[in-house]
Design a protein around this ligand. Sequence first.
Ligand code: FAD
Length: 318
Amino acid sequence: MSILIYADSNNGALTKNAFEAVSYGAQLAQQTGSSAVAIVTGTVSGIEDLGKYGVSKVLHASDASLDNFDPQKITHVIAEAAKSVGADTIIFSHDYSGKSVAPRLAAKLDAGLVTGAISLPNTDGGFIVKKAVFSGKAFAFVEVNSATKIVSVLPNSIEKKIGEGSATVEAFSVEIPSTNLKVKEVRKESTELSLTEADIVVSAGRGLKGPENWGMIEELAKELGAATACSRPVADIGWRPHHEHVGQTGFAIRPNLYFAIGISGAIQHLAGVNGSKVIVAINTDAEAPFFKAADYGIVGDAFEVVPKLIEAIKKLKA
Ligand code: FAD
């Protein structure tokens, strides 16, 4: 039996989430004594690097029509790849592409699907997957009994194992169907760090008073190599772009370090960020709810604290 892992890419490069999914699949293969094979679609470089994450073979469906993400086409390619390697388990990252392809594939293959796994399945006599529910407030253990199993892995929830291996890349040729996709997603080229993949996120809210004050947030993010984010009202009033909005109705993120600056910590905001490994809250109000969720809290004015932080980081780096 074998495990197939979809390694997604963006602008011709494998994503951080792809490496995580591959590491997860390779660890599961080791646990169950199966083989692990990755599948990559479209024009992508650096595919051999997947070997370091534990797979010895990568199938590459390089047809250029797969460059623009089309979940119907990708679903077809992965279904064919699963057939060709005899995969009984298929792994995705629980990111944008995994969320749209995994359910389609589950319907196509009549497979059981668990989304957002946070650890390796328990395979002692069954297949039980742990996932976080109710915005991370509880855990569910989902047993999958179907012959084919699909699991999507929550980004930043597992430790990647990196070794010295290298993978053999095999061309995987498959007829690509024409699809009737109503919405076409074209991934824009961008030098900005992806919010959902960033290790560090600097986020600010209404406490910043106006869009003209975001310079210090961007500077702090730049010094830390971080992505920027914001609370919902800030995006709603147009101080920041909507793609920075995190929370229940925005992106859910799980960085290693999350700075919440001038954000009250409403439950709907926390729903999208409380999976962060370390939270630092900066707020003038000592009673702000964010301090209950934070690992470190600074009661103070962002306009005084943030410039001091930037200065201190610059000194450390000098
Ligand atoms: P505020 O609540 O106005 O808080 C500003 C904070 O800044 C305060 O704590 C204040 O003490 C502090 N402050 C003020 N001045 C300073 C200063 N100089 N220095 C430091 N701190 C200062 N919100 C989200 O963020 N994401 C969501 O996805 C989301 N989804 C929602 C879904 C629903 C259905 C609903 C009803 C609401 C949703 N909200 C969401 C809104 C949420 O309830 C809060 O209203 C919102 O998060 C508050 O944003 P804020 O903390 O930036 O602003």
